[in-house]
Design a protein around this ligand. Structure first.
Ligand SMILES: [Zn+2]
Length: 166
């Protein structure tokens, strides 16, 4: 029950965020600068997350993962659950996404950053892997005239990292 309430709330947030991402990329597309892959424009995915601890929403888009941009809790979570370094492929999931590339860990990272701003020190240490709830992954923009974001399932990396990505 709790999970579905959070999910409904987060899906509304993520839908709005998807349109925002699309708007931000609009000019770049007009200039022919927006990258695309197959049938969609980057960024491929947009996700929102929250927990029951703070009234904060973390927002993330899928993008190249750099170890230094990740909060140590997220970095630790990814590397221990997926048994490889950020940016590499997991030997246990065989997921095509490199570790840390997904919108979910970026949203979780953004969430922790926002907490840090409001509660400078120390960041409350709770079980971040089970405390966070995630929206459905949205693809902000496919090529062509369709403006409705597409919905996707969680990937195996995210399922293995976050308890509520199931
Ligand atoms: Zn994923």
């Amino acid at each position: 029950m709790m999970l579905s309430v959070y999910k409904s709330f987060l899906d509304i947030e993520a839908s709005a965020f998807s349109f925002k991402v699309n708007d931000m990329c609009f000019i770049r597309r007009q200039q022919g600068k927006a990258r695309y892959f197959g049938n969609y424009y980057y960024p491929a995915m947009a996700v929102c997350c929250c927990s029951s601890y703070f009234s904060i929403v973390g927002k993330g888009i899928s993008c190249t993962p750099y170890p230094d941009t990740y909060h140590y809790l997220i970095k630790y979570l990814l590397q221990t659950n997926l048994e490889n370094d950020i940016g590499k492929h997991s030997p246990i999931t065989n997921c095509k996404n490199p570790i840390g590339q997904c919108a979910e860990p970026h949203a979780a990272n953004n969430y922790l950053r926002k907490i840090k701003k409001r509660h400078p020190d120390p960041i409350p240490l709770f079980n971040i892997d089970s405390a966070l709830y995630f929206s459905t992954p949205f693809r902000p923009r496919i090529k062509g005239p369709v403006l409705v974001p597409q919905l996707f399932p969680y990937c195996d990396n995210c399922k293995s990292t976050f308890v509520n990505c199931s």
